[in-house]
Design a protein. Structure first.
Length: 171
C-alpha cells in the first residue's frame, strides 16, 4: 500500500466537515484551500487550536494544493465550482479524489449532471456522504465508487479515526 502523507482539502471552509478535518490533521500534513480567505483562516485557526502540533498550511491556489497532495478532498462549494474542478483536474492524474458531500448537496452536486468519473477519468473517485446531520452523533459515512483499492484505502483512513463506514462499490 502506498504511504499517504499529504491531503489537500479543496473547499476547506465547509464547517460541516470539521470533525473529519480535525482527525485528519492529527495524522497527515494538510493543505487547505478555499475561495473565501476569511473562512479559510477561521478553519485553519480552529484546526490549530485543537492540535498545536498539526502540520497544516493555507494555500492560495487549488492547483498548487492538489499538485502537492497524495489525496485530494473536494468539499463544500467547490463540488459545483467548474473553475476549481478544472484546476484540480490538471494535476489529479492517478490520485484518489474524495468527493465529500452532505445530504443536502448530494442531489444538487455536479454528479447529478455528469459523473465525477468522467470529469476525472485518470483518478480514483470515492464519493463520501455524511449520513449524520447531527454533530453530536457518531459520524457514519457511505462511501461509493468504482475502484476497490480507493474505497478500501479511504474506508481504512476513516475507520482508523473512529468513524463508521459503509462501502458501496459501483459497477
Amino acid at each position: 500500500m502506498e504511504n499517504i502523507k499529504t491531503i489537500a482539502v479543496i473547499g476547506a471552509a465547509d464547517k460541516r466537515n470539521f470533525a473529519v478535518l480535525r482527525e485528519l490533521s492529527e495524522r497527515y500534513q494538510m493543505l487547505l484551500f478555499d475561495k473565501n480567505p476569511k473562512a479559510l483562516a477561521d478553519i485553519y485557526d480552529s484546526l490549530l487550536a485543537s492540535n498545536h502540533n498539526s502540520n497544516i498550511e493555507k494555500m492560495s491556489c487549488a492547483t498548487d494544493a492538489s499538485w502537492e497532495a497524495d489525496i485530494i478532498i473536494l468539499s463544500g462549494f467547490c463540488i459545483n465550482d467548474e473553475e476549481v474542478v478544472r484546476k484540480v483536474k490538471k494535476v489529479a492524474t492517478a490520485k484518489i479524489i474524495i468527493i465529500m458531500e452532505n445530504d443536502d448537496e448530494f442531489t444538487k452536486s455536479i454528479n447529478s449532471q455528469v459523473s465525477f468519473d468522467l470529469i476525472f477519468p485518470h483518478s480514483k473517485i470515492v464519493e463520501i456522504i455524511n449520513l449524520n446531520a447531527d454533530e453530536r452523533v457518531e459520524k457514519e459515512f457511505l462511501l461509493e465508487g468504482h475502484d476497490s483499492y480507493a474505497l478500501d484505502r479511504v474506508s481504512n483512513i476513516l475507520e482508523r479515526m473512529g468513524f463508521n463506514t459503509y462501502v458501496s462499490q459501483l459497477n
